[in-house]
Design a protein around this ligand. Structure first.
Ligand SMILES: *Cc1c(COP(=O)(O)O)cnc(C)c1O
Length: 380
C-alpha cells in the first residue's frame, strides 16, 4: 500500500508498545508514567496511538494545548491529562470544564483557576511547577512554600502535583545535581510543613537515563517512548540502546534516474557541481515534507541498502541523490530517509546532526502531507 505514496512515515506500533513496557519495567510499579504526546505525539500521530498508550502503561498524558487534550478526552474519558505549558487567560474556562490539570507557577494563575472552578462548581487539580534552573515556567524554590500556603486558602483549587524540569541533563551533571538539590530541599520543607502533594515528578527522557534517583512518583518520558535516545555528552547506560527501538521511519521513492557529465551543476543555487560523470536519482521528498533544507549536500539516504549522499539543494517536493555506487536502482524504488534498510540504518539523531538540530525537531517537523502508516504484528 505504501508504494502509492511519495513520502510517508511508518510507525511501528510494536516498537512503541515494547518501549513503553520497558520504561514501565525500568521504573517499577510504584511510579506512574505520563506519556508526553505534545506536537501530535512527536509527529507520530496522537489520535492513532493514544489508545495504545492507554493500554500499555500510560497513567497520564502530558500535552501542550487544549486540542491535544481533547483528542485524548475523546478516547479515554477520564484519563488524567496535564497541560505542560502555562495556560492562556482565555483558555482557563475550557481547561476547567474539560477537567484538564493545569500547570501553574504563580498566585495569579491559581486565582484564575479558582474563580473559574467556582463558576462551574468544580475542583481544579493543578500541578505547581518549580523553576530550579530551566527558567521557562515555575516559581522560584524559595517562594514556593509561601505560594502553597496562599493557594491553600483557595477553595476550588488543590495542588495535586509538584514538578520541575531539567535544563541540560544530557550534558551537565553538575548543573543537574544543583537542580536536584534545590528540588529535594523544597520537597523536604514541604513535608516538614505538613503539606501533602500526591504527585512529585521531574524526569523527562534525559533524566530517566542519567538521574536514577529522581523518579519520585511519576516520570514524564517523551522521546524515549518513541524509541529515540536524546543526544548528549554524559555517558550512557548501554542497555538503553539494546531495549529501545525507534518507532518511526520516513521513506520516499526514486522518481527519475539520470547520468550527468563532469562539471554539471545541480538544483537551485548550483551549490553542487559533479566532480566526475555521475548517476543521480531524483527523490519524491523535500522540505515540504519536513526534510529540512539544511541537510542539503550533507545528509545521506538509503537506497537498496546503500548510502547515497544528497547532492545540491533540497527543494520543496524533490531532492537529488548520488546513486553512482548503487548497482541496481530503478524509478519506484524506496529510499529510506530515517530508519533501517537491509543492514544499514539512518537513525534520527544522525539526520538531526546533518540538519544541525536535535531529534525532537526532526520528528516534529514532518509535515501534515506526509501520511502516517501504522504497522503492527499484533491484531489491532
Ligand atoms: C516535553 C516535555 C517532557 C518530555 O521530554 P522528553 O525529553 O521528550 O522526554 C517532559 N516534561 C516536560 C515539562 C516537557 O515539556
Amino acid at each position: 500500500m505504501s508504494e502509492y505514496y511519495r513520502c510517508w512515515a511508518q510507525v511501528d506500533l510494536d516498537a512503541l508498545r515494547e518501549n513503553l513496557s520497558w520504561l514501565r519495567h525500568k521504573v517499577g510499579p510504584g511510579v506512574q508514567l505520563m506519556a508526553v504526546v505534545k506536537a501530535d505525539a512527536y509527529g507520530h500521530g496522537l489520535k492513532e496511538i493514544a489508545a495504545l498508550l492507554m493500554q500499555h502503561g500510560a497513567n497520564m498524558f502530558g500535552v501542550a494545548n487544549l486540542g491535544e487534550a481533547r483528542i485524548i478526552r475523546n478516547i479515554g474519558h477520564n484519563w488524567p491529562i496535564l497541560m505542560l505549558g502555562a495556560c492562556l487567560p482565555d483558555e482557563v474556562d475550557a481547561v476547567v470544564k474539560d477537567e484538564v490539570m493545569p500547570t501553574i507557577s504563580s498566585l495569579d494563575e491559581a486565582r484564575w483557576f479558582n474563580d473559574s472552578a467556582k463558576k462551574y462548581n468544580k475542583l481544579v487539580k493543578a500541578h505547581l511547577k518549580v523553576d530550579t534552573g530551566m527558567g521557562r515556567l515555575g516559581v522560584e524554590p524559595k517562594r514556593a512554600l509561601d505560594l502553597l500556603y496562599s493557594i491553600k486558602n483557595l477553595e476550588n483549587i488543590s495542588i495535586y502535583g509538584i514538578y520541575t524540569h531539567f535544563a541540560s541533563v544530557e550534558d551537565d551533571a553538575e548543573f543537574s545535581l544543583d537542580q536536584k538539590k534545590q528540588f529535594n530541599n523544597l520537597l523536604n520543607n514541604i513535608k516538614n510543613a505538613g503539606i501533602n502533594i500526591p504527585l512529585v515528578h521531574a524526569d523527562n527522557s534525559g533524566a530517566i537515563m542519567h538521574e536514577p534517583d529522581t523518579l519520585y512518583s511519576l516520570i514524564r518520558p517523551g522521546l524515549l517512548m518513541y524509541g529515540v535516545i536524546p543526544s548528549g555528552t554524559r555517558p550512557l547506560e548501554s542497555v538503553l540502546k539494546k531495549y529501545l527501538r525507534p518507532a518511526l521511519s520516513l521513506k520516499c521513492r526514486v522518481s527519475l534516474i539520470k547520468h550527468i557529465p563532469k562539471g554539471k551543476p545541480l538544483s537551485y543555487g548550483r551549490t553542487f557541481h559533479a566532480p566526475k560523470p555521475m548517476q543521480v536519482a531524483t527523490l519524491t521528498a523535500g522540505y515540504g515534507d519536513g526534510y529540512s533544507l539544511s541537510a542539503s549536500n550533507k545528509a545521506m539516504v538509503l537506497i537498496n541498502g546503500k548510502r547515497c549522499p544528497i547532492v545540491g539543494r533540497i527543494t520543496m517536493d524533490q531532492m537529488i541523490v548520488d546513486v553512482t555506487n548503487v548497482p541496481i536502482v530503478r524509478p519506484g524504488d524506496v529510499a529510506v530517509l530515517i530508519g533501517r534498510q537491509a543492514e544499514d540504518e539512518i537513525p534520527v539523531h544522525q539526520l538531526a546532526e546533518w540538519m544541525n538540530t536535535i531529534p525532537y525537531e526532526v520528528l516534529t517537523n514532518i509535515t501534515y502531507r506526509v501520511p502516517r502508516l501504522y504497522k503492527s504484528g499484533f491484531a489491532a
